[in-house]
Design a protein. Structure first.
Lengths: 496, 112, 515
């Protein structure tokens, strides 16, 4: 957080999210990232004379998913508009976007800032198309253009100016990334530009209600730099104000290499985008039935998962955070719980079941994730399946094997991909819990004539219990459940 | 344009700003002529101010209809050769233009 | 040089021609060759074609003949029918310029949907037809390449913007052609050249691959010798296209059946609406007289005449020039010299200090590539869309447009079709009106309403008038129908053409006029 007692920053983020559709937003060209230059091209992508846009239904569906997950109002009628500016990477001289009536309005995003639950309001989420890429040869007189990315669908998530520190901005952005991945609408990969962030930053005297003059920071396209760039901008503005100057409205580009920003465009040169409802695209009407089906199949958000883990399962906030980091991990964990014998949602859990849930979380977060991290593997590459891990938890919880044995079995599971049942059988680890067998083993020890001297001694010194337990355990080749065995032994000795 | 007073004449400066926006190079001698012609057309169009349009929705499409959507399927592309064939300037598989930022060693993509 | 009667003219309709090709009475190659000869003979004078695709046409014709000879081709509605395409419409592998220098040499890598449909039906594309640059104009004088002449009087304009499409049909260079109509660009040249031309209901015909002028007004349509030929061609080129989001997902009526139907709807008399505002000041009395005679012809057949009013007609031109230029300024942004078309790069030392070479390239490319009328409209359109102007101009015009459409809907509650003049004036002389854009715009007053409301409209010849000792010049009458009632427009037009022979007249000048 920018250190100043005198000023507080006010930050709003505009985040572009590239949607993971197969084809582009308004045409059938491939939307996939990369590829040889100018290979994902059709007449529309190139803005050829006569080419027309037809909106991809999945683009709309994904935008709605995001809107629903962010508690937005979904517009049953929205408008697609043209936003005009000239740039070589923009094939038609305009970008199809939404202006007057975006598909989603209002809403909020929730996330954790340390142990604090934060909520940042959204102004809107709208659909638009991406531009191509300009490549500039340093010192060269020519720029090269690749239109593969042109027309790839984006949503722009525009927050209200409600973020109050660079750190919070970073967490908000991480939360968005996590959210779009949970929703399955984007890979959220900042390095490949699937997530791009512009920040509006201003400062004001601490406690003031009015907004200061803002600047727009562009080009902060890595998690590493978001916080740094905003921090830098806050300090820059405080510097200006403290030395008696005034912040001017401008667009500044973040230069990651130099760790500084510089002015790209002053307000006077600001674009007049000449928005126009796109005459090629009639109003976008959303069928309420479609909307309902999207809502009904909406994947759970990370915060919903987190709440569920804390409240229903009784996990620690730490475990809840670890397990909600990725959607795949949540899904893996859910399968572990089922395999461990827990009832599915929304059945409430008994205390014993909550204990088992916590055990499952521990096995997953400390044991399995530990090994996977060490081997640089993701959860989807785990040699231990969720079903196997759940089974293991169940064996331990049912005392079929001991916790110590559990670790041994787990190590073998990870190594050989065998199921715990197979390993336990193969190694003969199954514990004996049958009181009759255990009683017989105990009797064999206490009734042994050679033992009578010790039995007598025991009556004076109950600490000798351990000696008898050890003997009886040896009779079962160490497989009897120790607690049960000592309980039975205690009873037999007291009868003597 | 309320009250049906003809709009003021479009000044030379307005013409220059508009031409800059439209990326049209004008010669100084074009400006007064364009200013006359555009002013005349807008003066003529100012009659629209007489019409009461209270609560009238704008008609931005000729036939009331909704935006039909397409399936998310990949359709035939045009080959890279065909894409580049009409290019005024190309370098290998790229379209080429004069440097986006003259005098800068860095390029930015447009706002997306 | 004698102008032999075109081989095509010996068939009374394109349906008959296609049927003759299918039954091998005549070969497609023969027909194509005869049209190419005719073009070679006359087009240097007329200037109808911007490109003639001799090779492409002959090989397409050969394919049809081969198919027929192999026993196929029964379903080819336009087997071997030669057709000219307005150069606003993309043709794969054939240069497409929109009549503009900025697209000079542009070869589209794809066919417009209408072109693909015509080809699939066996039509033979002869070449690309002259037009006003980007379809902006009413005289064809805004073509960046060459003027097109009216075959009835070579000193006069053929109208526009589809001037080449209308003149080519009038001169029998092709029996049917495609045009585009944004504010009358099919109907007005059809009137001025004495042919039949139709602008279908907006959305009936795909715009995919059709170079956009003003997207919410543009519509493609056929021009031909008769309503029957127009209907036949429309049947092939029309219909829903998933590649055009404004295309109507509606079944196509049987247009040909409509042209064979009687004048009156079943069980009652046809009601013809006469909008008073369309017979007002500014209408040439000689034009009016021909149009009134056409109305009388149908009245004699039992049609009922109804006076209707379209009070917002006086605002139509204003709405049109705000909406069309706003959309055009947007649509023409893509011509920037980056991906295709012409580019003008500033030379070393020409670059003003501090100016980016890229921005300068854009400005020079667009200034050099677009002609004066296009530049003027881009300027106007850009101006009206600027923030602060949008509400007063574009938005207000679009609101009044709503009222115009309501006017028409009210009128059609009282009649089946409207009958009006197409153009208030006779074909004027080349150069006569070039320097007065506003008066040129005002001449579109009768055709614009149809585009604003998205209605079907048709123009057909209804008489001839001599003007100051000229040869007889054609006069056109316009039929407008309610939305989606393209069939009734064709029905009335065909009925009228059964009663009259204006549409069968051919200009005689060509025979006398050595090339």
């Amino acid at each position: 957080m920018a250190a100043s007692d005198e000023f507080e920053p006010v930050i709003g983020l505009e985040v572009h999210v590239q949607l993971a559709t197969r084809s582009k937003a308004f045409c059938g060209a491939q939307a996939e990232y990369g590829g040889p230059p100018n290979a994902h091209i059709d007449p529309y992508t190139l803005g050829l004379p006569g080419a027309l846009p037809v909106l991809n239904h999945r683009t709309v569906e994904y935008a709605i998913r995001m809107g629903l997950a962010c508690h937005c109002d979904i517009a049953l009628k929205s408008e697609l508009s043209r936003k005009h500016y000239f740039y070589p990477d923009l094939p038609k001289g305009y970008q199809i976007s939404q202006f007057d009536q975006p598909i989603c309005q209002n809403g909020f995003v929730e996330f954790m800032l340390g142990s604090e639950r934060r909520r940042v309001g959204l102004a809107r989420i709208h659909i638009e198309e991406d531009a191509g890429k300009n490549l500039h040869i340093p010192g060269g007189r020519t720029s090269l253009i690749d239109y593969n990315r042109a027309g790839v669908p984006l949503i722009e998530v525009v927050s209200l100016p409600e973020i109050s520190s660079a750190e919070e901005a970073g967490e908000y952005l991480r939360a968005l990334r996590q959210l779009v991945r949970f929703l399955g609408i984007s890979d959220g990969n900042m390095d490949e530009g699937s997530l791009r962030c512009d920040a509006n930053v201003s400062i004001r005297p601490r406690g003031s209600r009015t907004l200061g003059q803002r600047t727009e920071l562009k080009n902060i396209n890595s998690f590493k730099y978001v916080q740094k760039a905003i921090e830098h901008e806050i300090l820059r503005q405080i510097d200006i104000v403290q030395s008696g100057g005034r912040v001017i409205m401008e667009t500044r580009g973040w230069d990651a290499a130099r760790g500084t920003s510089r002015s790209q465009r002053k307000k006077e040169e600001a674009h007049d985008y000449r928005y126009l409802p796109d005459p090629d695209l009639p109003p976008l009407l959303i069928d309420p039935l479609w909307l309902r089906s999207i809502a009904e199949t909406l994947p759970k958000t990370p915060m919903q998962r987190r709440d569920q883990y804390l409240e229903r399962l009784g996990l620690s906030p730490y475990d809840a955070s670890v397990l909600t980091a990725e959607r795949e991990l949540c899904e893996f964990f859910d399968r572990v719980l089922i395999a461990a014998g827990l009832p599915p949602e929304p059945t409430e859990l008994t205390d014993a079941q909550r204990t088992r849930a916590k055990q499952s979380a521990n096995w997953l977060s400390s044991e399995l994730l530990g090994l996977l991290n060490k081997d640089n593997r993701t959860i989807t590459e785990s040699p231990v399946s969720a079903e196997s891990l759940g089974e293991l938890v169940r064996y331990i919880s049912d005392a079929v094997i001991s916790g110590k044995q559990g670790k041994e079995v787990f190590a073998k599971m990870y190594e050989s991909r065998e199921t715990p049942t197979d390993i336990i059988e193969r190694l003969g680890l199954r514990q004996i819990s049958d009181p009759e067998i255990i009683t017989a083993a105990c009797r064999k020890v206490v009734d042994d004539p050679a033992m009578q001297k010790q039995v007598e001694k025991y009556k004076q010194n109950p600490k000798l219990l351990g000696f008898f337990v050890g003997k009886a355990l040896a009779e079962t080749q160490g497989k009897a459940r120790p607690e049960l065995l000592s309980e039975i032994m205690l009873r037999l000795l007291s009868e003597k | 344009m309320s009250g049906h007073t003809p709009p003021p004449r479009i000044s030379a400066d307005e013409i220059r700003v508009t031409a800059e926006m439209a990326r049209l190079l004008l010669s100084e001698s074009d400006i007064p002529k364009l200013s006359d012609e555009l002013s005349a057309i807008l003066a003529y169009a100012s009659s629209l101010a007489e019409v009461d349009v209270t609560d009238v929705p704008p008609m931005t499409h000729a036939v009331p209809d909704h935006c039909r959507l397409r399936g998310d399927v990949i359709e035939p592309h045009i080959s890279r050769d065909a894409a580049l064939r009409n290019a005024p300037q190309r370098e290998s598989a790229y379209f080429a233009v004069p440097a986006v930022f003259a005098g800068s060693d860095e390029g930015f993509d447009s706002e997306g | 040089m004698a102008s032999a009667k075109s081989l095509v003219d010996s068939f009374s309709s394109v349906a008959q021609l296609a049927s003759a090709v299918r039954s091998r009475q005549v070969s497609a190659v023969e027909v194509t060759r005869s049209q190419l000869d005719r073009i070679a003979q006359h087009d240097a004078t007329l200037g109808c074609f911007l490109a003639v695709d001799e090779q492409g046409a002959l090989s397409a014709a050969q394919v049809i003949d081969d198919q027929v000879r192999a026993g196929g081709g029964d379903d080819l509605l336009l087997a071997g029918v030669p057709i000219g395409i307005k150069d606003m419409i993309c043709t794969e592998g054939l240069v497409t310029t929109a009549g503009s220098k900025i697209l000079s040499g542009f070869v589209p890598p794809y066919d417009a949907t209408v072109v693909a449909k015509l080809r699939a039906a066996g039509a033979v594309i002869l070449g690309k037809l002259n037009l006003d640059e980007f379809a902006m104009g009413s005289s064809n004088e805004n073509s960046a390449y060459k003027p097109c002449k009216n075959p009835w009087d070579l000193t006069r304009v053929p109208g526009g913007s589809s001037g080449g499409s209308a003149a080519a049909v009038a001169a029998s260079l092709c029996p049917v052609s495609l045009g585009t109509d944004t504010g009358g660009s099919i109907r007005q040249p059809a009137a001025l050249c004495g042919v039949t031309g139709m602008k279908p209901t907006y959305g009936r015909v795909s715009r995919y691959g059709v170079i956009a002028f003003a997207s919410s007004l543009d519509q493609v349509g056929p021009l031909g010798r008769s309503a029957v030929d127009v209907a036949h061609t429309l049947q092939v080129m029309g219909g829903y296209d998933p590649r055009d989001a404004t295309s109507l997902n509606q079944p196509q009526p049987d247009y040909l059946a409509a042209t064979q139907a009687p004048l009156h709807p079943p069980g009652r008399r046809l009601r013809i609406g006469l909008p008073t505002e369309y017979f007002a000041k500014g209408l040439d009395p000689r034009v009016e007289s021909c149009v009134r005679q056409a109305i009388a012809t149908l009245e004699r057949e039992g049609a009922e005449l109804v006076d209707v009013s379209l009070p917002l007609t006086r605002h139509a031109v204003a709405i049109y020039y705000l909406v069309a230029t706003a959309e055009a300024s947007s649509n023409l942004s893509r011509y920037d010299g980056v991906r295709y078309g012409q580019r003008v790069t500033p030379r070393e030392g020409e670059l003003p200090a501090g100016q980016s070479a890229l921005v300068e390239m854009y400005k020079r490319t667009r200034a050099a590539g677009f002609g004066p009328e296009v530049r003027r409209r881009i300027m106007l359109g850009t101006y009206v869309l600027r923030s602060g102007h949008y509400d007063a101009y574009y938005r207000r015009a679009s609101q009044v447009r709503t009222l115009v459409a309501r006017d028409f809907a009210q009128a059609f509650a009282r009649c089946d079709v409207l009958m009006t003049p197409t153009s208030p004036v006779l074909p004027f002389r080349l150069g006569e009106r070039k320097n007065d854009p506003l008066s040129m715009y005002l001449a579109d007053v009768y055709t614009i309403g149809c585009n604003l409301a998205g209605l079907p409209g048709l123009s057909m010849p209804c008489g001839f008038v001599e003007d100051e000792g000229s040869a007889p010049l054609p006069v056109g009458v316009q039929l407008l129908g309610p939305t989606l009632r393209d069939d009734i427009v064709l029905q009335v037009a065909a009925a009228y053409q059964r009663l009259t022979d204006w549409h069968t007249r051919k200009p005689s000048l060509l025979a006398k006029d050595p090339v």
